[in-house]
Ligand binder design. Sequence first.
Ligand SMILES: C[S@@+](CC[C@H](N)C(=O)[O-])C[C@H]1O[C@@H](n2cnc3c(N)ncnc32)[C@H](O)[C@@H]1O
Length: 249
Amino acid sequence: MDSEVFKMYSKYYNLFYADKKYSSEVEYINEVIKRFSPKAKSILEYGSGTGGHGLLLQDMGYRIMGVERSQDMANVALSKGYQCQVSDILDFTTNEKYDVCIALFHVVSYLNSNQDLVKLFTKTRSVLNDSGLFVFDVWFTPAVMYQQPEVRIKKVEDDEVIVTRLARPDIDYISNTVTVNYEVLVKNKKNNQYVELSEAHRMRHFGVPEINLLAEQTGFKVIKAEEFLTSNQPSNQTWGVNFILQAKS
Ligand SMILES: C[S@@+](CC[C@H](N)C(=O)[O-])C[C@H]1O[C@@H](n2cnc3c(N)ncnc32)[C@H](O)[C@@H]1O
């Protein structure tokens, strides 16, 4: 991305996710870790983005390392003092073992094929200590199928820019994926110039039996599936479900 486009992209990203409650999410993740692995000290974070969760977990005293494939996102995290490796989560390398691995804000949903999922889970088991936790929130099939993703348009602004984003979902019933096509228009209020961005994310959704099967095949057991943040029992109203897996010895 050239620097002007990235500046606009960061503006758009920060504005759109300004209301994301990183501190309450991190309190929840810390509570999950304390509930299932009270002695855990080290965390590996997949898809660590700009370090929103990682930096707060670091402040809580965890030793944490991120893995992020976007150099631009990783640069923001690195500039804030967050240690992360720029790599695809399927290809990263480490000599360390961790107590917990986390993948927050639907990072596992970015993996669409069974082959990639088996690869990620197997790799995760190999970098976790025995009884280590793998904690990740994903799109939940019952809610996606029941609610059906819709076309959405959203406009946000601050003193410098007005951002309009159109999101068009394309549902594939056979592969359990939804491709979300984003068209973003960023207007610079100072010079009235526009930057257009587009991106498409193909997201896979998962049900409980599917994650159970994946866990069994790769050396984990599923110890809890709960609504992200509330810990409520998942239902067809629960878009984001947090799965907590424990590494078997
Ligand atoms: C929705 S963002 C979440 C970022 C961060 N976890 C947060 O909550 O702010 C998804 C992140 O996962 C990263 N990502 C997606 N697939 C990845 C992969 N295969 N390997 C490494 N990073 C990946 C993207 O680059 C992006 O930064």
